[in-house]
Design a protein around this ligand. Structure first.
Ligand code: DOR
Ligand code: ZN
Length: 369
């Protein structure tokens, strides 16, 4: 980093987060304001306990999100943020339920978790053949399928699980359902980048800020680092570089999805720590840092605000966000190492955010709704 970087401002159309975990109850109330402060819309993951599998559950969850946001950030914040709900695919979910929810504007998409792949995925899909009628229905009605793309086969090395999923499951799935809109979520490998680039226009991918910043060394830097653990796990440096190239390329198939996945500090710092990185507080600043490091800040708007809505077939946001790049200040304290967030209970939610203790060069200075 140069000692004195020039001041620079950037105004972009208000972005959306195409993949976020907002949780429920006290944790929802603690975290939802961070996402709503930066994004106009967010695709909300359905991996609650129990998972969101019905239209009624999704409507009720959407209302809890609205209420939590109103309580934590006020009515204006709540009216300026639209949670886009997803259905959690199980082997018994009925195509009719999805079709009804999609037609009613309650479900925007459906999420496929291979059973056992990640947090609260036990109710997910063991065998893709069992949900063929569901996928056929989604293909017919134009409902996007969002995929956690990792095999769960314990014989496959954890760092290879995404690449093997593409070969074993994603390729055949796209051959069986050529018109299905598919988002390969939170991609982490050069193989995924190449596969998406080479695929049809109905195949896209989200990329998280953390996979653009860290490689797998971060998990073990000076000791075991639970705050750097997420799924899919960060890979080698060559993969991080491929992701940075894809995200900043302007290719409309790649768009912003933070996969912000809060777990309370004690659940991360445990003998069996949970997977998930809480990046919502500084997500856009984190992406901006990457784009400017890649000399591609002019591509941030496409990635953050244009490619996602175009893929989903939704209107672009009308508002704007302004970011400013400032000289790094060696005296400045850096971002907080831990957040203590009010949540409507006596005990605050303690979360360690991504970039804890670091300084980021970019700052949000204005937002017009
Ligand atoms: O790191 C992750 N955390 N990856 C996921 O796929 C799920 C998420 C969560 O819900 O905690
Ligand atoms: Zn996720």
């Amino acid at each position: 980093m140069a000692a004195s970087a020039p001041r620079q401002t950037l105004t972009i159309r208000t972005p959306d987060d195409w993949h976020v975990h907002l949780r429920d109850g006290a944790l929802l109330q603690a975290v939802v304001g961070h996402t709503a402060a930066q994004f106009a819309r967010a695709i909300v993951m359905p991996n609650l306990k129990p998972p969101i599998t019905t239209v009624a559950q999704a409507s009720a969850y959407r209302e809890r999100i609205r209420q939590a946001l109103e309580r934590s950030a006020g009515t204006e914040a709540a009216s300026g943020f639209t949670p886009l709900m997803t259905a959690y695919l199980t082997e018994t979910i009925a195509p009719d339920e999805l079709e009804r929810g999609f037609a009613a504007g309650v479900f925007t998409a459906a999420k496929l978790y291979p059973a056992g792949a990640t947090t609260n995925s036990d109710a997910g899909v063991r065998d893709l053949a069992h949900i063929t009628p569901v996928l056929t229905c989604m293909e017919r009605i134009g409902m996007p399928l969002l995929i956690h793309g990792e095999v769960t086969d314990p014989a496959v090395d954890i760092f290879d699980r995404e690449a093997v999923f593409i070969e074993r499951h994603l390729k055949p799935l796209l051959e069986r359902h050529p018109a299905l809109k598919v988002v390969l979520e939170h991609i982490t490998t050069a193989e995924a980048v190449q596969f998406v680039e080479a695929g049809p226009s109905n195949l896209g991918a989200t990329i998280t800020p953390h996979h653009l910043h860290i490689n797998r060394n971060a998990l073990f830097q000076g000791g075991l680092r639970p705050d750097m653990y997420c799924l899919p796990v960060a890979k080698r440096e060559l993969h991080r570089l491929a992701l940075r190239k894809a995200a900043t390329s302007g290719n409309p198939k790649f768009f912003l999805g933070t996969d912000s996945a809060p777990h309370l500090r004690h659940a991360k710092e445990s003998s069996c720590g949970c997977a998930g990185i809480y990046n919502a507080p500084y997500a856009l600043e984190s992406y901006a840092q990457v784009f400017s490091e890649e000399n591609a800040i002019d591509q941030l708007e496409a990635f953050a605000s244009l490619n996602g809505p175009r893929f989903y077939g939704l209107p672009l946001n009308q508002g704007s966000v302004t970011l400013e790049r400032r000289d790094p200040d060696p005296e400045a304290p850096g971002l907080p190492a831990i957040l203590e967030l009010a949540n409507g209970t006596a005990e605050p939610s303690r979360l360690v955010p991504f970039h804890a203790g670091e300084q980021l060069d970019w700052h949000i200075t204005a937002r017009n709704r």
